[in-house]
Design a protein around this ligand. Structure first.
Ligand SMILES: Nc1ncnc2c1ncn2[C@@H]1O[C@H](COP(=O)(O)OP(=O)(O)O)[C@@H](O)[C@H]1O
Ligand SMILES: [Mg+2]
Length: 292
């Protein structure tokens, strides 16, 4: 569904250049639910904006759903945003209109598409578990409920890819879990490919694949040893949760063979601050040694 190769994004602010993505590689299969984590300023939103067609990459390759986004004309971009992707922002104000009801908010984008709006809007509110709140004004809904309305809107165009930038950033843990459950449900029931940016490590622990971004590059990936669904099923059967690590962490190796060594590793071999290490193969392992 998503192939990013050596993706670069440079923002120009007056005569200053900010390299927000520095050759990022990422591949996401259709039907995957992936979380993206990383420090503030690492390039998460920039990546999501590129994927959503809200902004254009400066260089590299970006294919979504078989389409080459770097070759898009303005017209292609509009069509892509209308037909292929759904977007949920952290800030509700960007998703919703406060003086309309939940139902009217969801009807709006459908209206613009000229489909049978009432029926479809109710269907979508039902899909996010909010049918009972359809007649409430946005201001009468909790933060989590508002975010569900936003998700319903993002689904209005039947996207193949749902992008969510810190969708749980302004709600409490319980609500964050419910929103994640909703994404998981949509992922499983309609096979929607979902990419969620989060800064919440606890939330990321509940996703089967977590990609970490550092300084505009994918640095590592955490893959769940057992799927979260299996673990939940065990919990329901009364099997004790195990306290061992839930994910195994892999460093990402790019096409040129570059990888980011986890912070602290170089320090632990006495090579902190060094620009060189020796690389050797020993007994089927690649070994890094401090310089002599
Ligand atoms: N529109 C913009 N103009 C200039 N610089 C930007 C813009 N958007 C983001 N940046 C810069 O790009 C870098 C990555 O930002 P961002 O993608 O928002 O990170 P994150 O979402 O991980 O916090 C930061 O240094 C940020 O200041
Ligand atoms: Mg951001």
């Amino acid at each position: 569904m998503i192939v990013c190769e050596n993706l670069v994004k440079i923002y120009k602010v007056s005569d200053l250049e900010v390299v927000a993505l520095q050759g990022l590689d990422l591949q996401i299969d259709e039907g995957e639910l992936t979380a993206i984590i990383g420090n503030s300023g690492s390039g998460k939103s920039t990546l999501l904006n590129m994927l959503g067609g809200l902004d254009r990459p400066s260089a590299g390759n970006l294919h979504v759903d078989g389409k080459d986004l770097l070759k898009f004309t303005e017209k292609d971009l509009v069509k892509y945003k209308r037909e292929t992707v759904g977007f949920v922002w952290q800030n509700n104000a960007r998703n919703l209109i406060p003086y309309l009801t939940a139902l009217e908010n969801v009807e709006l984008p459908i209206l613009l598409q000229g489909r049978r709006r009432r029926e479809r809007a109710l269907e979508l509110l039902d899909a996010v578990g909010l049918s009972h709140r359809s007649k409430n004004k946005l201001s009468q809904l909790s933060g989590g409920e508002q975010q569900r309305v936003a998700i319903a809107i993002a689904l209005a165009n039947k996207p193949r890819l749902l992008l969510a930038d810190e969708p749980t950033g302004s709600v409490d843990t319980k609500m964050a879990n419910q929103i994640l459950d909703l994404f998981r449900h949509l992922n499983r029931t309609i096979g929607l490919t979902v990419v969620i940016v989060t800064h919440d490590p606890l939330l990321a622990k509940k996703v089967d694949r977590v990609v970490a971004i550092r300084d505009g590059k994918t640095s590592s990936e955490m893959v769940r040893l057992r799927s979260y669904a299996d673990e939940l099923a065990d919990l329901e059967k009364g099997v004790e949760a195990q306290e061992k690590e839930s994910h195994i962490e892999y460093a990402v190796v790019d096409k040129a063979g570059r990888l980011q060594i986890p912070s602290g590793y170089l320090e632990s071999i006495g090579a902190a601050g060094t620009k060189r290490v020796r690389v050797q193969v020993e007994d089927g392992k690649i070994v890094l040694l401090p310089p002599e």
